[in-house]
Design a protein around this ligand. Structure first.
Ligand SMILES: C[S@@+](CC[C@H](N)C(=O)[O-])C[C@H]1O[C@@H](n2cnc3c(N)ncnc32)[C@H](O)[C@@H]1O
Length: 250
């Protein structure tokens, strides 16, 4: 029997353990991802007025770096997340002055590009980033954003190929035509442990990632980052591009 999204213990997800496992001590691979995000968004928004876009990070969990990477171009950033403990974590991080020092190492990489330099993430996050409890599968194309990120979500929420495809489609359908996006997948993940609980994953490789994203993407580039962060996966795939103008399908 395959573990489906609805079967996993999302209400027991422990964000502090997850941050300890993944982000408290920044890994070189994440710092590299942040530099790639920074350069991608800087390129895509080169001709756009700052603070004019509306951004979304889907399945934000306990990771603030995708949201930080969108800050210079956004008037608002929405963090959508399903697991109640992660929603509570994100609400603490986005309350005035609530952003943990954990995220400073990632901001330091972002500051390598001019667009980020004049911003103080500790005040800006509290001003423009908001959190909403939502299910990725309910994004049906009615609400759309100008820039979006989805990190380790469609691949790390279910074992089912159909749910992976549906997760990618729902995310892409939430983006306006030409919206810059970044999507990350654990490569060939066999699932992951957070504290006492086990969470499902779908085994994505580069060709599956490309196949799922291509119908919705322009200027797609996939970076195969050969770095394992734990046993049970084979690296990280980072897909960067822009939403094409293909009509959204339900
Ligand atoms: C592996 S974590 C990734 C978290 C974070 N984006 C990161 O980069 O570390 C997977 C996330 O997907 C969220 N998630 C699982 N099912 C979801 C759903 N149906 N809709 C939205 N988010 C979901 C989980 O709660 C969790 O935060």
């Amino acid at each position: 029997m395959m573990d489906r999204n609805a079967d996993a213990p999302w209400s027991k997800f422990d964000p502090e353990v997850y941050v300890d496992n993944n982000y408290r001590t920044p890994l070189e691979v994440d710092l590299k991802i942040v530099r790639l995000l920074r350069d991608h968004f800087s390129r895509c928004f080169a001709a756009t007025a700052p603070h004019s876009a509306r951004g979304v990070d889907v399945g934000a969990g306990a990771n603030l770096y995708p949201a930080l990477s969108m800050l210079p171009w956004c008037e608002k950033v929405l963090l959508l997340e399903y697991a109640p403990p992660n929603v509570a974590y994100l609400e603490r991080q986005t309350s005035p002055g609530g952003l943990d020092a954990t995220w400073d190492a990632f901001w330091n990489e972002l500051r390598g590009a001019p667009a980020y330099r004049g911003l103080d993430p500790h005040s800006t996050v509290g001003e423009i980033v908001r959190v909403e409890r939502a299910n990725l599968f309910d994004l049906d194309g009615q609400r759309r954003w100008d820039v979006g990120t989805m990190f380790f979500v469609a691949d790390s929420m279910s074992e089912c190929p159909e749910e992976f495809q549906r997760g990618v489609r729902c995310f892409m359908n939430a983006l306006n035509p030409a919206a810059p996006f970044a999507v990350a997948f654990m490569k060939e993940s066999q699932g992951y442990q957070v504290g006492e609980h086990r969470y499902p994953a779908y085994r994505v490789n580069e060709s599956r990632a490309r196949e799922s994203l291509t119908p919705y993407a322009a200027e797609l580039e996939i970076h195969d980052l050969q770095h394992t962060v734990r046993p049970g996966h084979e690296g990280i795939l980072l897909a960067l591009g822009r939403r094409n103008s293909a009509i959204a399908t339900p």
